[in-house]
Design a protein around this ligand. Sequence first.
Ligand SMILES: [Cu+2]
Length: 233
Amino acid sequence: MLQRTRRQTTQKLAVVLIAVAALVCLLPPHAIVRGARNGAIAGRVELRRVASAERRPTVAELGTPSASLDVSDRLTSVVYLDSAPRGAFEQVETPRAVMDQRGERFVPHVLAITTGTIVDFPNSDRIYHNVFSLSKVRTFDLGRYAAGHSKPVRFDRAGVVRVFCDIHSHMNAFILVFSHPFYSLTDNDGRYRIDNVPPGTYNVIAWNEGSSSDARPVVVPDGGVAELDFTLR
Ligand SMILES: [Cu+2]
């Protein structure tokens, strides 16, 4: 009688343990830390080479609509996690983004997206453009199309895609494709903020106009904000 009760208790315990194990497996890894709240990484990117970018335009450049606007374009940096926390990224729908062709410029000059995103390239100018890229991450050539028309490109691989116009050599842009959503573009003051980061240690990189900083380690506290500033030369 006593033995049977003991056996039943053992069986019950086993069932409970299996149930707990199954529950733990179902939870995303960062949720295993009991009561852990997501935090953020925030700071500023200082560009040391802005001084040279702000030089006076040459006479030849004055007639070019892009010449005066390129400076502000070049101020946008992107700060991102070198690798994402496991299981933290689930994307249900296909995201869409837009890179416009306007005033003989690509708008925005820097676009950051996640893998699987479809980018539309509308032509908002009265002249023809021919958008193309020779980047290994995604090679494409959209051909020439008139105002009011648009063509889509899907980006399935992570990396940096350089975008050009075959007709106007001064037109260029960057598309940064990430395999996770932990990135942030800087604002006019160079400030960035990456939200919803599970607590943990990460390597963070700052990027501007094709050059990157070294990966810098940062510890995101439970529900807190880790401060991290960068200087790019
Ligand atoms: Cu063009």
